[in-house]
Write a protein that binds this ligand. Sequence first.
Ligand code: C2E
Ligand code: MG
Ligand code: MG
Length: 292
Amino acid sequence: SAKKLGRNCYQFYQSSMNDAAQERLRIESALRSALERQEFVLHYQPQLDLAGGAIVGVEALLRWQHPELGMVAPQRFIGLAEETGLIVPIGAWVMRTACAQARAWMDAGLGPLRVAVNLSARQFAQRDLVQSVARVLADTGLPPHLLELELTESLFVDDVAQAVTLLHQLKALGVGLAIDDFGTGYSSLSYLRTFPIDVLKIDRSFVGQIAVDTDQAAIVISIIALAHNLQLKVIAEGVETAGQRDFLRAHGCDEVQGYFFSRPVPAGEVASLLPALLAGAHEQDGVAAEAP
Ligand code: C2E
Ligand code: MG
Ligand code: MG
């Protein structure tokens, strides 16, 4: 009966709530020790110059190599790391590891390869953010212009004046600044004039539909025009098909990133991607597989 079903649903709901709470606690305590146990790894996803086809940069993307759960995607733990503040030491590790890796590629004669690092709201609120970025650049010997920081619009809403100051200080270090997931936030467009940013990254939710949805296509065309009018570079993320690439190329998008070219791969595989992508091997082979 409906009544019985209702009670069962309620019980199910309750026990899954408990499961969720337990899972949360488990993940939180595991997160605490993950840094010490060196369970975090970075994968790197190529960013290509759309006109020439060369890999000009990579985005560093965090994964958690959990002893039992396997490779855990960031969506499953970044939120919790953010809430608990653990994202601050984790993010510092990401920054240092990515910069050291980019310097190593440079020393190996690859590139110049720019590395993009995602910054969380908590990191952005750290008093010593600018000094810690400066220290990492000095320690690793990475030329500042080879580091790009990816920020989301949500970081700016709390205290705009403070954000502007901070961005100018970061800019003064010589690093690049990109707005990630552009178009999905709620903030006003006026910050684009005020903030010293270099790059807009078009969110993949727009890119995915450009071949079939004329409204999405119009949005993407408008973002490219907006960026170029403000002397900003545009990167489209989530490019999965040749059709999307061709559309973006036809409309003057500067750079692309997506499964069509390569999934995020371990550092050791980046070198082997460089010639393959340059030769256009992806056209025949389809997408590169993400390592387990
Ligand atoms: P994001 O910064 O927007 O990164 C792009 C995400 O899109 C990555 O997911 C990437 O694997 C995925 N992606 C790239 N190309 C395609 C495509 O063609 N199709 C589809 N469906 N997806 C594509 P990932 O690695 O799971 O990361 C998810 C989010 O987690 C990131 O989004 C970023 O917000 C966050 N994140 C990752 N690493 C870090 C980190 O080190 N620190 C912080 N604070 N956040 C991070
Ligand atoms: Mg990003
Ligand atoms: Mg993004």
